[in-house]
Design a protein around this ligand. Structure first.
Ligand code: R5P
Length: 323
């Protein structure tokens, strides 16, 4: 069978995080595509692509960060516009995938919203998805189109490595059993042991209820790692558990910094030395110097280049020990 060759690479950004789109374009040495996006007075979103994309290889960048539903809807409308403009292939680039925690029917009469989002993206016309550290890898299976899931593990690990001192002992700490995979990936790069906090939530109130520690943290500096920080409750309780178990200095690294309910302020008030957070979601840390942004834009740029050229994205993980 003849291999399908897609046309020129075109990158567009929704309004959620244009700075991230620009960083990706800088890496690829191309200009961000032109589009007009606004809301009518009746709150309806409008998108118009301002250049010819007929048969082109189009990537649309939009993290579904807050306001989640607006940003998600804008992405769907953007994809629809691209499809109706006869794009050759449309890739939805979603640095932060929404509704990742609603990925199973774990209570009676509840939706599986992550699956619904997958269906919406497919119906709108996306041919592929490029995303980062899904809350659960199985969400890939909600799609019947190709999904490339990148991971920030090695980028965050290298950042943590840069602050490690030879005369200290360290431990990487997962905030729950589900986080053990990312913790193990980071601990393998840092050559440290891991510990796991046994966390439970009893209801939908976002309150973290129970905590036990598996592993030894006494006398060690601890790196708490997680895929996302929401209200910050998980990090605060993890910090308390680590302190109660005699950990020394505590640092934190997380892929997605959602920071709902004034979490940045709350987290800057506890004795965590630094937070290393990727730029998958736009945040302003200027007043909070404990927070350090770690960019994943080049990782996305390289993945987009490889998808466009038809070369391996998996090799990117192997070469960079990303996965
Ligand atoms: C949960 O399973 C995730 O890995 C995070 O720990 C969680 O989403 C953080 O939420 P919050 O900051 O609201 O405790």
């Amino acid at each position: 069978m003849q291999k399908k060759i897609y046309g020129e690479l075109k990158i567009f950004s929704g309004t959620a995080h244009p700075g991230f789109g620009n960083k990706i374009c800088d890496y690829l040495n191309i200009k961000l595509g032109k589009a007009e996006l606004f809301k009518f007075s009746n709150d309806n979103t409008f998108v118009r692509i301002l250049e010819n994309i007929r048969e082109k290889d189009v990537f649309i960048i939009q993290p579904a960060s807050s306001p989640v539903n607006d940003n998600l809807m804008e992405l769907l409308i953007f994809i629809d516009a691209a499809r109706r403009a006869s794009a050759g292939r449309i890739s939805a680039v979603i640095p932060y995938f929404p509704y990742g925690r609603t990925d199973k029917k774990d209570q009676p009469r509840v939706p599986i919203t992550a699956r619904l989002v997958a269906d919406l993206l497919t119906v709108s016309g996306a041919d592929r998805i490029l995303t980062l550290d899904l809350h659960a890898g199985q969400i890939q299976g909600f799609f019947n189109i190709p999904v490339d899931e990148l991971t920030a593990s090695s980028i965050l690990a290298n950042k943590l490595k840069s602050i490690m001192k030879k005369d200290k002992d360290y431990v990487v700490v997962a905030t729950d059993l589900g986080g053990a995979k990312i913790a193990r990936e980071i601990a393998t790069i840092l050559k440290t042991p891991i510990a796991i906090i046994d966390k439970a939530r009893n209801d939908n109130s976002e309150k973290v209820m129970a905590h036990h520690l598996i592993g030894d943290v006494a006398g060690r500096d601890a790196f708490i790692v997680d895929d996302e920080i929401g209200t910050g409750g998980t990090i605060v309780s993890s910090f308390n558990v680590l302190k109660a178990n005699f950990a020394k200095n505590i640092y934190c690294a997380s892929t997605h910094g959602i920071f709902s309910n004034n979490a940045i302020r709350k987290l800057s008030d506890i004795d965590i030395k630094n937070y290393f957070i990727t730029d998958s979601i736009p945040q302003d840390y200027t007043e909070y110097n404990k927070f350090k942004e770690v960019s994943v834009a080049n990782l996305f740029g390289e993945a987009i280049k490889r998808i466009h050229e038809g070369s391996s994205v998996g090799e990117l993980f192997n070469n960079n020990k990303n996965k």
